[in-house]
Design a protein around this ligand. Sequence first.
Ligand SMILES: CSC[C@@H](O)[C@@H](O)C(=O)COP(=O)(O)O
Ligand SMILES: [Zn+2]
Length: 209
Amino acid sequence: MLEERWTELADVKDELAKRDWFMGTSGNLAIKVSDHPLRFLVTASGKDKRKRTAEDFLLVDEFGHAVEETHLKPSAETLLHVEIYRKTNACCSLHVHTIDNNVISEVYGDNGEVTFKGQELIKAFDKWEEEAVLKIPIIRNYAHIPTLAHAFSEHVSGDTGAVLIRNHGITVWGRNAFEAKKILEASEFLFRYQLRLLEHKPYQLFKVV
Ligand SMILES: CSC[C@@H](O)[C@@H](O)C(=O)COP(=O)(O)O
Ligand SMILES: [Zn+2]
């Protein structure tokens, strides 16, 4: 089980790396290994997530603490992943910093959310109705991680979801690695689309959907 999950997460990490979504040492990923007790693999802190090594992940508990003695440190943002597994049935959570998600979070940050409507890729969020509306919350970026995790937690519900952290990045979750990656890719598509649209129709910025 542990090995399977490790490989699954390492494969997703490689795919996101191919898209160049791990600038600097940014980004962190997690995958659930067991429910009772809660155990999940999370990326080790401060690493270049574009590299694949035997020390990429470590197993942590429901507090985000390493389960075994190790020189590795869990991701600085492990508490956000803890909130996801504490509050939902999600099994995988992904966090990336991209230029697009940062710009979107700044442009729409004062609204506390960004809204999408009439875009086919909204279906990736399991919204199949004709005029589906997708709202992605945008929270403030706190340097103090327990405070950030608390603010983040208010928007964590449902087994799939996404939250933007202003001028920082996005964290998404899904029932498995495939679904979390789908949500992440769809979000980044929508952000790029919205930014391109604003170049051509700047008034869209002020339109309330
Ligand atoms: C130096 S990059 C940004 C980090 O502060 C953080 O936001 C991040 O995404 C990666 O931190 P990490 O502790 O490696 O999981
Ligand atoms: Zn981050």
